[in-house]
Design a protein. Structure first.
Length: 292
């Protein structure tokens, strides 16, 4: 597939100015090890042993450790329910007639090769901008990383993502909104991936949020294939393509269930009154100018 991409006329895109070109050998894995506190540290144990109590209203007082345990049980229960739903969906898909399944990656790759470069230059710009024909994109909220969206000649959506701040000018995640004036089915093609493999090829699905339904796994006909884009000085890029059935209104689309800096601050505000075991201090602004 890579050889075929090299033989075709490339679609050139300038590098994203938001990311910072770094060492190509730097660690850009999709999941990075997070820093955690050392539970074996004596100071940490002494803090944990200081069982602070907090008033939860209604005259009921609970130990903070018990509260955390209850929240953990609730979280595990929610994950168990989600796993059951996913397993049921997997069984239902396996029972379908194999002949009815789309060829997926091959079809998507051939469709991307069929685009004419000159015609691609005329694709209508949906973002930045006010959209077109009842279709509009938004990235005006915390964590959004949409750089550009265009309406392709086959009705699909070409999506370019902003590069991660202070990384090597690319991103392995996505977070943006799409708004439609009537229910519709859209094919999204995110063309800024650089890794040869993806967990989307192994069954991962994006998550969406619309209305009051809450976040859920969504989408079908996923494909992850090489493309003919040259983005900045990177000539080997990949496309993640998937289809969504969108309801009328605004839908938020994400790589995974988001947990943002604002969510962290809200959680800290909720647990801080429980006792003096939590210390919060400002360590300076982030690269985007936000406190942290």
């Amino acid at each position: 597939m890579h050889l075929f991409c090299r033989l075709m006329e490339p679609i050139k895109v300038p590098a994203c100015s938001r990311g910072k070109s770094g060492n190509a050998d730097s660690d850009d894995s999709e999941s990075e090890a997070s820093e955690v506190e050392n539970e074996d540290d004596p100071a940490s144990r002494s803090v944990a042993a200081n069982r602070m109590r907090c008033d939860v209203g209604g005259g009921l007082t609970l130990d903070s450790a018990e509260t955390r345990a209850a929240r953990l049980d609730a979280l595990l229960g929610k994950q168990f329910e989600e796993a059951q739903v996913a397993a049921a969906e997997h069984v239902a898909m396996a029972q379908e007639d194999v002949c009815e399944q789309p060829t997926g990656a091959l079809d998507e790759f051939m469709a991307s090769m069929a685009f004419d470069v000159k015609a691609a230059a005329e694709w209508p710009l949906l973002f930045p901008g006010s959209g077109k024909d009842g279709l509009q994109f938004h990235a005006d909220f915390e964590g959004a990383n949409l750089r550009r969206a265009r309406l392709q000649s086959d009705g699909g959506i070409e999506v370019l993502l902003c590069g991660d701040t202070n990384r090597s000018s690319f991103s392995q995640w996505f977070f943006f909104d799409v708004e439609v004036t009537r229910p519709c089915i859209l094919r999204f093609r995110i063309v800024t991936y650089v890794k040869p493999g993806s967990t989307y090829s192994e069954g991962q699905r994006a998550v969406t949020l619309s209305g009051d339904a809450g976040w859920r796994r969504d989408g079908y006909d996923y494909a992850y294939v090489p493309n003919r884009y040259i983005i900045g000085d990177k000539s080997r890029n990949y496309t993640l393509a998937f289809t969504l059935s969108l309801p009328r209104g605004r839908t938020r689309i994400a790589h995974f269930y988001p947990y943002l800096f604002g969510d962290l601050l809200a959680d800290l505000r909720r647990v801080r009154p429980c006792g003096d075991w939590l210390s919060v201090q400002d360590i300076g602004p982030s690269p985007g100018g936000r406190p942290r």
